[in-house]
Unconditional design. Structure first.
Ligand SMILES: Nc1ncnc2c1ncn2[C@@H]1O[C@H](COP(=O)(O)OP(=O)(O)O)[C@@H](O)[C@H]1O
Ligand SMILES: [Mg+2]
Lengths: 732, 80, 229, 80
């Protein structure tokens, strides 16, 4: 290509000019493709970089923060937890089963690339309105895809979250998270080193699938997106399982210099990242790349997003021994190049140089935008006088329990093998999943994913804080010490200042919460342009939190345990209905400011809860979240198959607001009656408001003078909604 | 009237099933199998007697349900 | 009791099984690689759960043809015990060690949850520690657990008291409503003619640790250990 | 030489997939679908040029691996 091409493959004119300057000539097709993917939003983070830098990433227990394939934290006993969350939003909308399945495959690779055996998967999902004609099909496909992949690979899928909202009608979110465990002194990184060292390709063969997926993930949808039908990637979980075993076996040796999975933009981004991090050049012999199809061009080989592939740099002379391991696992293994001191990426095929690009200038010159943004205007306060509270609060509770965002997700998690591995101590359905660390005494990891997008929309800063705080709270509620988070920033088109303002606001809120809670960000992912025809999704910074329980026998669960146990509420009731689920589901209004998050109170309350659980006096614990106090009580009752009788919490709001309001930093705990006074004293000493609300027992949930509903009625509402919805005939 | 529908993966789409079968066959000692592709075969008993109408309706079934046209092709054959 | 677990590349419940065997027998099981053609000298061979070779064609179909399977068959023919769980059960039927076949769950979905099992045979080496009619709570995790055999085979299995477990509810009711996956006659596990091979879909190995939600699967391991020592 | 293999469930073996497709079709408003059966369709590219030998070898593949004759029938068609 000696002249300016008509199709700049997604680059702007200015970006193209910059590319010409870097090369000193016009790029050829494969080179242009490489510029295009390397400078895409997905690979370069060009709109988000400036802001992401503000997130706290350090703590004494952080071994490796953002910048590698996944984040690494020290969990004691010489072990590290390695985790990350990643989106597969666009592919899952186009082909829900394969899109979600390959999303799981991709995030697994990010984690085992670093030397960890994956021990748990989670998934944060957002779908459109249940009434939207595509929603059912998308839910069915995504859930089957996540299960289909994770179950076969043999990694338990132990948690996640699901929301439904019309803002996701044209852009669903599929965020997958993997947590793995590795010896803390055997972490593998991606910086290439050692001129002359062999560059090795392992895994599946390369086909023509998913070419330009990275740029697709960086573009908006329009109505004809489905017509474009980019080649969808098909996942092969069995091959992934082989790849995990083979890589972990190779990692027992000292043959590996650097390793990197081939994710978005395949061979291009993996080779560039390895070379650029290590400050070396690389020469790739494209004839050696194992190809699934004949006649593949350099462009196709470099940009294919075929799944289940990895790139490694080995120590010299170790090729044969490494190859033997991959052959044992029946995987392809090929030396496809070596490291050079040229600082250039050189591509050779059929004896010719087919591409030649300087690595650092390309990587360093990758665009970084300070996009214009406007802060989200504060929402108008909610006028309490104008809220028509439902007359029958019992009926209101039943409706809430069967509403799409609260109804039981059993239909989903029963399609996931959440037990494989023999270490799942807390199954889905509680505040956080708990998985024992294999062969480490009683140590266990707790994990959760959280975000309340309707809060983020109304007030990005509070929403960002709340997402982090809720993850921290959910880990605390099982008794774990929260350690760090991964995030998945899902937003609309960053070229619109309002959307950029949402992003900036959420990051600010997250930053504050991470600092206040000693809960740093160690990895993450950004997914922008989640828009269809100019309408963006709700801002959704999904947070994946990980914590540690030193003694799994001290783990708390949400289920009521014994008749007569006292129910204690920690935290203050103000009856905050703004942006509450009850306001939306029962009054049809999405209004007002979200509940404010006071991080000092959050910390104080959570620290107390954790201590009380560790002391062994707490028989059940649940944080108060969507649906407020009474929904949390109902969830505890259903989990324990035991009712309760409680009074209204004190506060100068209506019973409706006190029961369904969503003020933050609150937990419900139960204790045997003989510990009641000790618990109250401990709370007083910690400066945390605590009140005995009632006690466990019976087969009804009763709020004296307000409502009394049989557990069986609540159970039916809670359990029947999702299966009922999913089995209704598909719309034509 | 009976409709026989074949649903096969489009060219270029990875076929893990076919690949696995190919590997297994060679493991069993069957040589000379160059490629294996696996698809679905669906038989429908239709009340409709008119071939044109039957085909039209099966076409619609394929597009809406039987085939995932993002990655699969379908072929319809009517008998009887 | 000396035991071996056969490891196929896509097996994923070998660890769960090894933990349960170790806890029950005090001895670590030997892991045997699928490409090996001989078994070590053991009393019990376990075909564990997972996705042996991906299971893309039919669950267990390819594993049934693997070299090690010939050795497993010989072991069984000599009267050696074989415990075939989940994917192992699928392999055992595909290999002809047990009659019938395991088809896609009637609901077409993967199912992972605790289910109730009624002990139908409480006199085999695998089930001696249970009472006939006892109801257990044990997890399942499978997509293809819908047991099929023709009427004659089913009648024979029943006449010969070879049905080991049936799906039921907490009260032990066995009927269509308590049939998890469409299995003929609610069958969850069966014994071979000589009662030395047990195949079952549920995972007793995942119900042996109180920390992980129940110990009803322990009886099965205690039974084998006692019978074989 | 190409072999096309159809693997279908035997009569009398309940076909959960076929039944689910039938239900889904009627949910989509397709009427007059009396029965649906789902099977597998496998295409093999063979090096063998001799039809008799090819058939014999594919027969063996079906018996050993491609079909489970407890529940399935198979049919082989050779082309090219
Ligand atoms: N997609 C999913 N996959 C697995 N588990 C899920 C999924 N969605 C929700 N869950 C589980 O359901 C339970 C309730 O979820 P959620 O209401 O989001 O909890 P919380 O309010 O405590 O964050 C949790 O245990 C969660 O892990
Ligand atoms: Mg919670």
């Amino acid at each position: 290509m000696s002249a300016r091409p008509a199709d700049l493959m997604g680059l702007t004119e200015a970006e193209y000019d910059n590319a010409v300057e870097i090369l000193g000539r016009h790029p050829n097709q494969v080179e242009l493709g490489i510029f295009s993917v390397m400078w895409s939003e997905h690979c370069s983070y060009k709109s988000s970089k400036k802001w992401l830098k503000q997130l706290p990433t350090k703590a004494p227990w952080v071994i490796k923060g953002p910048g590698e394939n996944a984040g690494v934290i020290d969990i004691g006993d010489g072990l590290a937890a390695i985790f990350k969350m990643e989106s597969h939003n666009h592919p899952s909308f186009i082909e829900p089963y394969q899109g979600a399945a390959t999303g799981v495959g991709g995030i697994l690779r990010d984690v085992f690339t670093m030397g960890a055996r994956p021990v748990a998967n989670l998934n944060a999902l957002r779908f459109g309105s249940p009434d939207h004609p595509k929603t059912r099909h998308l839910v069915a496909g995504v859930v089957a895809g996540i299960g289909g992949y994770g179950n076969c690979v043999g990694v338990p899928t132990v948690g996640g979250e699901v929301n439904f909202h019309p803002a996701y009608n044209g852009n669903i979110l599929v965020n997958a998270m993997t947590v793995g465990i590795a010896p803390a002194d055997r972490i593998f990184y991606s910086a290439a080193a050692g001129v002359g060292n062999p560059v090795v390709y392992v895994g599946s063969k390369t086909g023509r699938d998913g070419i330009h997926g990275a740029t697709m993930a960086s573009a908006e949808f329009s109505d004809d997106a489905e017509e474009k039908r980019p080649t969808v990637q098909v996942g092969d979980p069995f091959t992934e399982k082989l790849l995990i075993e083979a890589c972990l076996e190779l990692m027992q040796t000292d043959y590996i210099v650097a390793i990197q999975d081939m994710g978005a933009a395949g061979l291009t981004s993996s080779s560039f990242e390895m070379a650029s991090k290590g400050g070396v050049g690389i020469i790739l012999d494209l004839d050696q790349v194992p190809a699934r199809e004949t006649g593949m061009t350099p462009y196709e080989l470099m940009l294919s997003e075929s799944q289940e592939r990895m790139l490694m740099v080995l120590k010299p002379g170790r090729e044969a021994a490494a190859e033997a391991i991959f052959r044992k696992w029946e995987l392809d293994f090929a030396v496809i190049g070596h490291l050079t001191d040229t600082g250039r990426m050189q591509l050779r095929m059929h004896g010719e140089i087919v591409g030649d690009l300087p690595i650092d200038p390309l990587a360093l010159a990758s665009p970084e935008y300070d996009r214009p943004w406007v802060p989200t205007p504060p929402p108008a306060p909610l006028d309490r006088g104008h809220i028509a509270a439902p007359v029958d609060l019992g009926e209101a509770l039943v409706r809430m329990m069967g509403s799409p965002d609260i109804a039981s997700r059993r239909w989903i998690w029963e399609q996931y093998d959440h037990l494989v591995g023999g270490d799942t101590a807390q199954r889905p359905g509680g505040d956080a999943a708990v998985v024992r660390v294999p062969d480490a005494g009683g140590k266990a990891l707790a994990m959760t994913t959280d975000c309340t997008p309707r809060y983020c929309k109304a007030d990005p800063v509070q929403g960002g804080r709340q997402a982090v705080a809720e993850a921290w709270r959910n880990l605390t509620a099982v008794g774990a010490r929260p350690l760090a988070i991964t995030d998945n920033m899902n937003f609309g088109n960053p070229q619109r200042p309002e959307i950029m303002g949402q992003f900036v606001g959420c990051v600010e809120g997250m930053r504050e919460a991470c600092l206040a809670l000693d809960f740093p960000v160690v990895s993450g992912n950004v997914s922008l342009y989640n828009e269809t025809n100019g309408t963006g999704i709700l801002p959704t910074p999904a947070i994946g939190g990980v914590g540690v329980l030193d003694d799994v026998t001290r783990m708390a669960t949400i289920a009521f345990k014994a008749t007569g146990d006292r129910i204690v509420v920690l935290g203050e009731a103000t009856g905050h209905l703004g942006q509450s689920l009850a306001l939306r589901e029962l009054c049809g209004r999405e209004e007002g400011p979200p509940p404010p998050v006071d991080l000092a109170i959050e910390r104080q309350t959570g620290d107390l809860v954790r201590k009380l659980i560790a002391d062994g006096h707490v028989t059940a614990c649940h944080d108060v979240a969507d649906g407020g106090l009474v929904v949390a009580l109902a969830e505890m009752a259903l989990a324990g198959k035991l009712g309760a009788e409680v009074g209204l919490p004190k506060g100068d709001a209506s019973p409706f607001a006190l029961l369904f309001g969503e003020e933050q930093a609150r937990y419900i705990i139960t204790v045997a009656s003989r510990y009641e006074s000790a618990i109250l004293a401990a709370a007083a000493a910690a400066g945390v408001p605590a009140a005995v609300l009632g006690q466990v027992g019976g087969d009804k949930l009763t709020v004296t003078g307000q409502l009394s509903v049989a557990l069986a009625t609540l159970a039916r509402a809670h359990e029947d909604w999702l299966p009922g919805y999913m089995s209704a005939p598909a719309a034509a | 009237m009976k409709a026989k529908v074949h649903v096969t993966l489009k060219n270029g789409v990875l076929d893990p099933q076919g690949k696995a079968i190919g590997n297994a066959l060679s493991g069993l000692g069957f040589t000379g199998v160059d490629d294996v592709r696996q698809g679905k075969y669906i038989e429908l008993d239709l009340a409709e007697k008119d071939p044109a109408k039957a085909r039209e309706s099966v076409e619609a079934m394929c597009r809406q349900l039987l085939a995932n046209t993002v990655i699969e092709n379908y072929a319809i054959e009517l008998v009887g | 009791m000396k035991s071996a677990i056969v490891v196929f590349p896509g097996i994923n419940r070998e660890r769960d099984m090894a933990l349960a065997l170790k806890a029950a027998s005090g001895k670590a099981a030997t892991l045997v690689w699928h490409r090996d053609s001989a078994l070590p000298d053991v009393d019990l061979v376990v075909l564990p759960g997972g996705f042996s070779y991906g299971d893309y064609l039919r669950a267990g179909a390819m594993a049934a043809q693997s070299p090690i399977m010939r050795a497993v068959k010989d072991h069984a023919a000599r009267g050696g015990r074989v415990l075939a769980v989940c994917n192992g059960f699928q392999m055992a039927t595909e290999a002809g060690l047990l009659p019938g076949a395991l088809m896609r769950n009637a609901g077409l979905k993967f199912i992972c949850r605790n289910v109730h099992l009624k002990v139908a045979n409480a006199s085999s080496d695998f089930t001696g520690h249970y009472q006939a009619g006892q109801v257990l709570s044990v997890p399942v995790a499978h997509h293809d657990g819908n047991y099929f055999a023709d009427q004659a085979t089913l009648d024979r299995l029943e006449q010969e008291d070879r049905v080991a477990f049936r799906y039921c509810d907490a009260e032990g009711r066995v009927d269509d409503d308590t049939n998890l996956n469409g299995s003929r006659r609610n069958i969850a596990g069966i014994l071979s003619e000589d009662r030395n091979v047990l195949g079952l879909m549920p995972h007793p190995e995942d119900a042996t640790d109180p920390q992980l939600g129940g110990t009803d699967g322990r009886g099965l391991f205690t039974s084998i250990v006692e019978a074989l020592s």
